[in-house]
Write a protein that binds this ligand. Structure first.
Ligand SMILES: C[S@@+](CC[C@H](N)C(=O)[O-])C[C@H]1O[C@@H](n2cnc3c(N)ncnc32)[C@H](O)[C@@H]1O
Length: 208
């Protein structure tokens, strides 16, 4: 099956992506809506979550991605594989993201992953980066206490920027980790590891 072709990057500040999403109703997207929820932000083609959902039927997996055709393709694959614990949403993590998560029941969001987000190297493009004060606040609002956010990237300056946003929120305990805590790697992670390049990783545990 050929891969769907998409733009490599989209500008999350463009009007098309500045929509207000409907709050997600877990009962409509998962067979068992009360399972613990893992949220992957910037899921791309969603292969990481696809494998996680296959390996971990006792959890639900939600991927959020701004490139719409990838979301349609990933949901089609999940249906083909009869994975009723896997769903992807077309959404912009830097615009009204809190609204998407507004109806999540308390004590449901138990893991968040942010893996290799686009660095947007140029200074004039810095506002397009995915991890912002608002995103960190939204995660902190919905994630259960003592539960974790795993953040990884191969771009050093971006690692520092993201880690300091979590640090400065005052709502997480920070721990360095050399390894990915999962047995599954994202496509980008595999590509970086194949080239033997360094990866900067942190686990942030919500404290309050
Ligand atoms: C470099 S890719 C990494 C994909 C995957 N996490 C991995 O590690 O292989 C970053 C992904 O984040 C998505 N993305 C960028 N900005 C986003 C935003 N504001 N909201 C949701 N997804 C976003 C991009 O479209 C892209 O698929």
């Amino acid at each position: 099956m050929p891969r769907v072709r998409v733009h490599q990057h989209v500008n999350p500040l463009a009007p098309y992506f500045r929509f207000t999403p409907k709050p997600l109703d877990l009962e409509k997207v998962f067979a068992k809506s009360n399972l613990p929820l893992h949220l992957d932000i910037g899921a791309a083609r969603g292969r990481f979550l696809l494998k996680m959902a296959e390996l971990t039927p006792g959890w639900n997996f939600l991927g959020v991605e701004i490139r719409e055709p990838l979301v349609a393709e990933a949901n089609r694959l999940a249906r083909e594989k009869n994975l009723t614990n896997l769903h992807y949403e077309f959404n912009n993590a830097t615009h009204s993201f809190d609204r998407l998560l507004e109806k999540l029941p308390q004590e449901i969001l138990r893991f968040v992953t942010i893996q290799f987000p686009d660095p947007w190297y140029k200074k004039k493009h810095a506002k397009r980066r995915m991890v912002t004060v608002e995103l960190v606040e939204t995660i902190a609002r919905h994630l259960c206490s003592e539960e974790k956010v795993f953040v990884q990237t191969d771009v050093e300056f971006l690692a520092e920027e993201m880690f300091s946003l979590f640090r400065r929120s005052g709502k997480f305990h920070e721990a360095k980790t050399i390894e990915n805590p999962f047995s599954v790697k994202t496509e980008r992670e595999q590509a970086v590891e194949n080239r033997n390049l360094p990866i900067y990783r942190r686990i942030f545990t919500k404290t309050k």
